[in-house]
Design a protein around this ligand. Structure first.
Ligand code: RIB
Ligand code: CA
Length: 310
């Protein structure tokens, strides 16, 4: 059993990641913490509670986090995730209330309680993780590991940006937070666009049609969540579910260690994850970057757990 906190900005693929985490007996979801990113923090927190309520889960705290990046202005992606952040999905106003603790308070509290048994999974901008580290500088040594969905590392032919030609959205949305986190000393694994946009790891239009044909509550929710993006982008990249899958079954993903810096000043490159791939480089490695995925097993896990409910 792996105890996790999922820090998230739901968001269509975040919603799928929450479904995956809560449908996987390998994971004990200690909390969801929400962060500004795809949508405002308020919408992210409400959406996280909506998904929990859909699942009938009432005992997982949903703690509100940062409402703005450390320096940048919020730059939501509602053109991608929809005005509410859940595509075409219509879920009722949740009865569940936000936790009284903030995201930072809950992350630090659980790190003190669980120590190395706790895995942090961040699938949105890293603002909450950076703030938690600034509140508790021992955090990297306290928790077992930090797994992020974030970055574009150039380690595969898909390793280029989405928010810009070179920057991936979660890093780009709060580069200062990402830079702090990448330098903090976490045991850090990064699932980046290098693998999430690989066609072999995506929800294809035919897989979407299989889901849409189901006459089940999950089938209807997932197809409403994903329909617009599948039509616009000829399928859906399962960015955030792949990061959660790395915690469920690490054997699904091959990681390789690199030294990575986050660009903060470049006019055209701000938010880029600059990866030192020079043979024999002596730069200290700080990130294990996902370089390959067992695509068939990942998609099978996704269908079994998310679509069919475990
Ligand atoms: O670049 C993909 C990431 O940005 C995903 O986490 C998606 O939800 C958005 O937040
Ligand atoms: Ca996300």
């Amino acid at each position: 059993m792996r105890h996790i906190i999922l820090d998230t900005d739901p968001g269509v693929d975040d919603a799928l990641a929450i479904l995956l985490a809560l449908s996987s007996e390998e994971l004990q979801v200690e909390a969801l913490t929400t962060v500004v990113g795809n949508v405002s923090q308020e919408k992210a927190n409400r959406n996280a509670r909506r998904i929990l309520e859909f699942l009938g889960v009432e005992d997982v705290p949903v703690a509100p986090g940062a409402e703005r990046p450390l320096i940048e202005e919020p730059r939501p992606a509602e053109d991608i995730h929809g005005p509410e952040g859940l595509g075409q999905a219509k879920l009722p106003e949740p009865r569940l209330k936000p936790d009284e603790r903030s995201a930072v308070e809950l992350i630090v509290e659980k790190a003190e309680e669980l120590g190395g048994e706790l895995t942090l999974i961040a699938v949105g901008p890293l603002t909450n993780i950076a703030l938690a580290y600034m509140a508790e500088p021992r955090l990297p040594e306290m928790v077992g590991e930090l797994i992020i969905m974030g970055g574009a590392y150039g380690v595969t032919s898909h390793g280029f940006g989405n928010a810009s030609p070179v920057a991936e959205f979660n890093i780009w949305h709060d580069p200062e937070a990402a830079s702090i986190v990448f330098k903090a000393g976490f045991k850090l694994k990064a699932v980046g666009l290098d693998v999430t946009t690989d066609p072999r790891n995506r929800m294809s239009p035919s897989l979407f049609r299989e889901i849409e044909a189901l006459e089940t509550p999950r089938g209807r929710l997932i197809s409403d969540l994903c329909r617009d993006l599948v039509q616009r982008f000829n399928g859906l990249s399962l960015h955030d579910p792949l990061a959660v899958a790395a915690a469920i079954d690490p054997s699904l993903i091959e990681f390789k260690a690199f030294h990575v810096d986050v660009e903060l000043r470049g006019e055209y490159t701000r938010g880029m994850t600059v990866t030192d791939r020079r043979p024999g480089s002596r730069a200290p490695v700080n990130v294990e970057v996902a370089v390959d995925v067992d695509s068939e097993r990942f998609l099978k896990l996704f269908m079994e757990r998310v679509v069919y409910g475990g």
